[in-house]
Design a binder for this molecule. Structure first.
Ligand code: ADP
Ligand code: MG
Length: 323
C-alpha cells in the first residue's frame, strides 16, 4: 500500500507547493473562512496549513489517509458534477507516504481534538489533543524517504516563491476567505477575506493597480462571467498576471487566454499581456478537470461559446472605458 501511495505521490506531489495546493483546497472544501499557510525553509522543512473549517471526527481523521477515501464523491455519477475541489481521495495518502505528517482536527460538537501522525505511510494510533475547531495539517521533511525526489527540489527561496504563488492564486479565487502566508520570520502575504476581489488584487499588486481595474460581467446560456480586467497601461511582460477561475478553481486554458488577448487587440503593445481575474461559473458537467493530475489544465465542452462570451465582455469593458 505504501508503495502504491508513493507512486501516486509522484503525480500528486512534486514539491512543497503541490502540498500547499492540496491542503488549501481541502480547507476550502471544508468551508474554511480563514486559512493560514506557514512555510519553513521554503516548505521543504515544513508546510503547515491551518483552517477554521468543519474539521473531522476521529474516525474520519483516520480514514482521511486511506487512498481513494474521499468524503466528496459517493456515487460514480457524482463525478460528472464535481463542485468540490478535491475528489480523488489520494492527496493525503500520497503526501503522508513521502513525508512526516501530523493532522490535528476537531469537528464542531466534539469534546476535544484528535492528533493523527503518519510517517512515510506508517500510521500511529490517534491521540486526543486540545485543539480549536478546524484542522491543522503539518507536512514535515517532504521526500525524507525518497531521496531521488528530494534531489529535484530547488532552493528554499524558489520553493517558497512557488508556494506563495499558489496561495496568492487561491486567495484571488476565493476573496471571501482570509488567507495568510508566512514564514518563521515574516508574513509574506495576507488578504482580508471580505469577498472583494479588488482587495485581493490590492494585496497582490498595490491599491493603485487595483483601483484601475475595469469590472466586467456577462452571461451566455448556463455560463456566467464576472471579474476584472486591467487597462492596457497595466499590461505586463508575462502572461502570469492573467487569472482564470472556473467554479472557484484556478485553471489554465490557452483558448480562453487568447480570447482575452483578442479583445485587447491593437490596444496592447507587442510583448505585453493583459492582467485580469475572470470568474466563470458553469455547469460542472461542461468541465473535464480530470485531464491533469494537478487539476490545473481543464478541457471545456462548449469552449467556442465561452470564448466568445469572454471576448465580447472584455471588449465591451474596454470600449466603454474608451481605451
Ligand atoms: P479529496 O480532497 O480528494 O477528498 P484528500 O486526500 O485530499 O482527498 O482528503 C481526504 C479526505 O480528508 C477528504 O475527503 C476530507 O473528508 C478529509 N479532509 C482533508 N482535509 C480536510 C480539512 N482541512 N478539513 C476537513 N476535512 C478534511
Ligand atoms: Mg483534497
Amino acid at each position: 500500500k505504501v508503495m502504491a501511495d508513493q507512486i501516486a505521490a509522484g503525480e500528486v506531489v512534486a514539491r512543497p507547493a503541490s502540498c500547499v495546493k492540496e491542503l488549501v483546497e481541502n480547507s476550502l472544501d471544508a468551508g474554511a473562512t480563514r486559512i493560514e499557510v506557514s512555510l519553513a525553509e521554503g516548505g521543504i522543512a515544513c508546510v503547515t496549513v491551518t483552517d477554521d473549517g468543519e474539521g473531522m471526527s476521529p474516525e474520519d481523521a483516520l480514514l482521511a489517509f486511506h487512498r481513494h477515501a474521499t468524503s466528496k464523491v459517493r456515487e460514480p455519477r457524482d463525478l460528472a458534477r464535481i463542485r468540490t475541489l478535491g475528489f480523488r481521495g489520494e492527496a493525503l495518502a500520497a503526501i503522508a507516504s513521502v513525508a512526516r505528517v501530523r493532522l490535528i482536527t476537531r469537528a464542531r460538537g466534539e469534546e476535544s481534538g484528535v492528533l493523527v501522525r503518519v510517517e512515510g505511510g506508517e500510521m500511529h494510533p490517534p491521540e486526543p489533543i486540545g485543539a480549536p475547531f478546524g484542522t491543522t495539517l503539518e507536512v514535515r521533511d517532504l521526500f525524507f524517504n525518497t531521496p531521488a525526489r528530494l534531489k529535484y527540489l530547488r532552493s528554499p527561496q524558489t520553493e517558497q516563491a512557488r508556494s506563495l504563488e499558489v496561495v496568492q492564486r487561491e486567495s484571488l479565487a476565493h476573496p471571501e476567505v482570509a488567507f495568510v502566508c508566512k514564514t518563521e520570520r515574516q508574513v509574506l502575504f495576507q488578504t482580508p477575506g471580505r469577498g472583494d476581489a479588488r482587495e485581493v488584487w490590492a494585496a497582490l499588486y498595490g491599491v493603485g493597480e487595483a483601483r484601475m481595474l475595469l469590472e466586467i460581467e456577462g452571461a451566455a446560456g448556463d455560463c456566467a462571467l464576472r471579474g476584472y480586467v486591467g487597462r492596457p497601461t497595466q499590461a505586463r511582460s508575462s502572461r502570469q498576471h492573467g487569472y482564470l477561475f472556473i467554479n472557484g478553481r484556478p485553471v489554465r486554458n490557452p483558448a480562453l487566454q487568447q480570447a482575452v488577448e483578442r479583445a485587447y487587440g491593437e490596444r496592447l503593445m507587442v510583448g505585453r499581456y493583459p492582467v485580469y481575474a475572470l470568474y466563470l461559473e458553469m455547469d460542472p458537467a461542461l468541465i473535464d478537470p480530470n485531464v491533469h493530475p494537478q487539476k490545473w489544465e481543464v478541457r471545456l465542452s462548449e469552449e467556442r461559446d465561452i470564448c466568445a462570451l469572454v471576448e465580447s465582455a472584455v471588449r465591451a469593458a474596454l470600449d466603454s472605458a474608451m481605451l
